[in-house]
Design a protein around this ligand. Structure first.
Ligand SMILES: Cc1ncc(COP(=O)(O)O)c(C=O)c1O
Length: 351
């Protein structure tokens, strides 16, 4: 505040970008205003033409589809894996067409996507990979940080994320060309050679130096945040694992799950859904949040003629039978205990 570098110029922007890129093992960081704008500029810098296709999971936030649609391209969906809730990579190959340009794996609720098949298909078919790692800061796939595996990766630093700048986001890029293009797109495509002379349309998606200063301080604390999330995951699992009425998050052998959110999915023989479970838990003083609703079930996308008659049974099931339990960084052991007692009490009742 005292230096007056309060907008988007200043040393904290550069420090935050380079520290986050180094943490994830990428070459460049481009800080932006939030995770949605990160996806928008990441997809915009792929240079897609109308009708090009980007494959993504149906089970994600609308920001992913929005970024592709705004670039004039078409989102193409795959279902999710019933264990990790991330994209089912065995369905990717069947969705590759002559128009496919990129794959967008989304690391859901802190668990990484199985990236080897994604990378192999991208290599075989000459596709780019844009990771959405908004929910999985510090998660690892076979020892590599997510967000450091694809050509580009996107992060959100919204308040509930593992590190936060209030609002904020970042795109990480492997290549110098992508990084340069991202910087231009985030700042109205101002040209170096002639100010206020534009040959391309860009955006103002800049992050402030003030927010970046918070980001630098947050990066210093990330290992502690991840430790707390993993402790939370372990604590919930230990207390809930004997309940046949619910499926719990997993950690595959090749994964480090950072348990951004601790989701549970109701078994099929429970005769009510997650919305009703949420009401019952609320009566016991426990607030929860619903799972994503798949992109193919979104009215606004269906109205655009997208995904007609497409069905993704795993995503449809977990959208209706899943919710997540309180998962904040400040959760205490006592609170985990209280939540689990409420879950056990509610699920112990029949009907
Ligand atoms: C997977 C995923 N991608 C992108 C975003 C968008 O981030 P933001 O809310 O910062 O725009 C979110 C937000 O929660 C998310 O969960």
């Amino acid at each position: 505040m005292r230096t007056a570098w309060i907008s988007s110029e200043g040393r904290f922007i550069r420090e935050f970008e380079s520290q986050w890129a180094a943490y994830c093992g990428m070459n460049h960081g481009v800080a932006v205003s939030n995770g949605t704008t990160a996806l928008e500029v990441a997809v915009a810098c792929l240079g897609l033409t109308p009708g090009d296709e980007v494959i993504m999971p149906t089970f994600t936030i609308i920001s992913c589809a929005l970024a592709v649609i705004e670039a004039g391209a078409v989102p193409v969906l795959v279902d999710c894996d019933p264990r990790t809730w991330c994209m089912d990579t065995s369905q990717l190959e069947a969705k590759i067409s002559p128009r496919t340009r990129a794959i967008m794996p989304v690391h859901i609720y802190g668990h990484p996507v199985d990236m080897d098949p994604v990378c192999e298909l991208a290599r075989q078919h000459g596709l780019l990979i844009v990771e959405d790692a908004a929910e999985a800061h510090g998660a690892e796939y076979k020892g590599r940080k997510v967000g450091g595996i694809g050509d580009l990766s996107c992060f959100s630093f919204y308040a509930n994320k593992i590190i936060s700048t209030g609002e904020g986001g970042m795109v990480l890029a492997k290549s110098d060309e992508h990084a340069e293009r991202l910087r231009s797109l985030r700042n109205l495509c101002f040209r170096q050679d002639r100010r206020f002379y534009h040959t391309e349309l860009g955006h103002n998606y800049r992050l402030t130096n003030l927010q970046a200063a918070v980001g630098v301080a947050q990066v210093e604390q990330i290992e502690e945040h991840i430790r707390r999330k993993r402790w939370m995951g372990k604590s919930y699992t230990e207390r809930l694992r004997e309940l046949p009425q619910i499926e719990l998050p997993v950690e595959e052998a090749w994964a480090k799950n950072v348990y951004w959110m601790y989701g549970i999915v109701l078994a099929d023989d429970i005769d009510y859904d997650a919305a009703e479970l949420a009401v019952r838990l609320r009566q016991e003083g426990v607030d929860t949040r619903p799972f994503f609703l798949g992109m193919h079930e979104q009215p606004v996308l269906q109205e655009k003629g997208l995904f007609a008659d497409e069905h993704y049974p795993v995503a449809e099931r977990i959208a209706r039978r899943g919710l997540y339990l309180p998962s904040g960084l400040t959760l205490t052991e006592e609170q985990v205990e209280t939540v689990c007692k409420a879950v056990i009490k509610v699920l112990g009742r029949r009907g």
